[in-house]
Ligand binder design. Structure first.
Ligand SMILES: Cc1cc2nc3c(=O)[nH]c(=O)nc-3n(C[C@H](O)[C@H](O)[C@H](O)COP(=O)(O)OP(=O)(O)OC[C@H]3O[C@@H](n4cnc5c(N)ncnc54)[C@H](O)[C@@H]3O)c2cc1C
Length: 503
């Protein structure tokens, strides 16, 4: 097996990975690995914006209070303090690097989203905020000679010896060649798990690889039961579950059922701007009452001129699927969106495995508690990506010394397994039994059905499809088991069979 060296490996090219890479490049050579093109990840598709206490009437304390409340009393308060206090500097720095957020009369234009009590969400290109952040960070690393980008390099696993992470084991998807890439430290920034569910807003890369790899390497995980279901994704036969941002409701769109009733007031005093889990469950119930058909998001009263200008991406996506949001309501339903749990880290991104760091959606600092406040995750990537990079540089880690590379010789792939069919089946199981409404009986069924799909490998062959399938099955079962273990409903985790709701 070929072995090569770099100072720092970053797995993931989204906001968290790139922000970590920018800082790390001040101390040595950084290699950024992505399994598709560099920019393909959730960050690129983030629409609504980035929450940050920079508006005149806003304060970090107010941002903290909203974050803690959305998190259902389960956030790590120290992580929240870090997020809200360091967030403004990270966003101002991004603006200094060329990020262009939308402005009104020359001033930054803040909007409000669900469960925020101030206008605090910066957006770019109307509803293309993630794209602008990604563009800015990519431009920043392009200017740095010490950042190597390796797109289409799939990370199969972590190299661990003597209780320390020494690098990664990867396959170059263009040539099929595997190798070990050893480093002083590895940063996991692999994003989320949405693709484990039948309906998701997440891009295809979100298969939970980072969580599975960290688990196999012995790093601690937590809070995997907390999955946020975005209430309003497009639900049309043959169309992807394209996200219709919370900001659309923030601007005043109404949710109505098939009878034309604006139903959210029956569920929460804040109506359409109630916390996401409340809106998602309300829609779920309304859909149950109307034979599973989607509810409608009515934006028509917001103005034919305003809609394409404020929401150009959503407007065009709807049009592509035959929906003109100026003239007709959009059929919407919940979709798996964000995982609050993940690989346990401290506030510097260090996992429980020496040499391994994590940041962004794959990590769990506890900043989101049991439910993420809208638009806090881009900020999380900026703040904790930078912190992880800084902590690694300060730790002055030694170069890696691997004694036994033989362990990483991959087994041959097994013929006769339909991996895609297993993924499909697992997604269906997760949506049915480990989705918005969960019961012990359903979760036990899910665990049993997922166990039947498990792959017969101790180690994966050097093949992305096989490894992704295995990772998806591993993480799905971990989510199911975590959901079974938490008997009470909390935040995004709703146990329909146990009445008590701690809040
Ligand atoms: C449609 C949509 C809209 C959203 N809107 C908002 C919003 O408005 N505001 C907000 O704050 N948040 C929003 N979110 C959430 C937010 O975008 C994500 O939580 C955040 O971008 C995650 O960033 P990340 O850097 O952790 O991961 P990502 O941006 O998802 O990047 C993951 C990276 O890891 C790489 N990777 C994964 N596995 C491997 C592997 N095995 N080998 C090599 N590379 C690998 C991928 O190639 C990719 O580069 C939205 C999410 C979606 C899907």
């Amino acid at each position: 097996m070929e072995i090569s060296y770099t100072d720092y490996v970053v797995v993931g090219g989204g906001v968290a990975g790139l922000r970590a890479a920018v800082t790390l490049s001040e101390g040595g050579e950084v290699t950024v690995l992505t399994k598709d093109a560099l920019r393909e990840g959730a960050t690129e598709y983030a629409q609504g914006g980035v929450a940050v206490a920079l508006n005149e009437d806003d304060t970090p304390a107010a941002h903290r209070d909203d974050t803690l409340e959305a998190g259902a009393g389960y956030c790590n308060p120290e992580a929240v303090e870090v997020l809200v206090h360091e967030g403004p500097a990270r966003v101002e720095e991004l603006i200094a690097w060329g990020a262009e957020f939308d402005r009104k009369g020359g001033k930054l234009n803040f909007t409000r989203e669900g469960a925020h009590h101030r206008d605090r969400v910066l957006h770019a290109g109307g509803d293309a905020t993630g794209r602008e952040i990604e563009r800015t960070l990519v431009a920043r690393i392009r200017g740095r000679r010490r950042v190597r980008r390796l797109p289409h390099h799939y990370t199969l696993g972590l190299v661990v010896e003597g209780g320390r992470c020494l690098g990664v084991w990867l396959v170059d998807q263009a040539t099929g060649r595997e190798r070990l890439l050893l480093a002083r430290a590895v940063v996991l920034a692999t994003g989320g798990v949405g693709q484990l569910y039948r309906y998701t807003s997440n891009p295809a890369v979100a298969t939970g690889d980072g969580i599975a790899m960290a688990h196999r390497a012995g790093a601690a995980l937590r809070d995997l039961e907390f999955i946020q279901f975005h209430p309003t994704a497009l639900r049309l036969d043959g169309a992807p579950a394209f996200l219709v941002s919370e900001a659309v409701r923030g601007e005043g769109a109404h949710l109505v059922n098939e009878r034309g009733e604006r139903f959210m007031a029956r569920y929460h005093p804040e109506g359409e701007l109630a916390p996401r889990d409340v809106v998602a469950r309300a829609i779920y119930r309304e859909m149950e009452a109307q034979g599973g058909r989607p509810v409608l998001l009515d934006c028509r009263h917001l103005g034919a001129e305003f809609l394409p200008r404020r929401f150009p991406t959503i407007f065009q996506a709807c049009l592509r699927h035959g929906i003109d949001m100026r003239r007709q309501p959009i059929p919407v339903a919940p979709a798996a969106h964000f995982i609050m749990g993940g690989v346990v880290t401290d506030l510097e991104g260090a996992t429980t495995l020496p040499g391994l760091y994590a940041c962004g959606e794959v990590a769990c600092t506890g900043v989101h508690g049991a439910n993420r406040l809208a638009s806090n995750s881009l900020l999380e990537g900026l703040v904790f990506g930078h912190r992880a990079g800084r902590a690694i540089l300060e730790a002055e880690l030694p170069p890696p010394l691997l004694r036994d590379p033989g362990f990483y010789e991959p087994p041959p792939p097994l013929p006769g397994i339909d991996y895609l069919a297993r993924q499909e089946r697992a997604r269906e199981i997760m949506w049915t039994y480990a989705g918005i409404h969960r019961t012990a009986e359903g979760l036990r069924t899910a665990d049993r059905l997922l166990a039947e799909l498990e792959l017969p490998f101790d180690r994966y062959p050097a093949d992305r499809l096989v490894a992704e399938t295995g990772n998806a099955l591993t993480v799905s079962r971990l989510i199911v088991q975590a959901a079974l273990a938490r008997r009470e409903s909390l935040g995004s985790h709703y146990r329909a069979d146990t009445a008590a709701e701690r809040a």
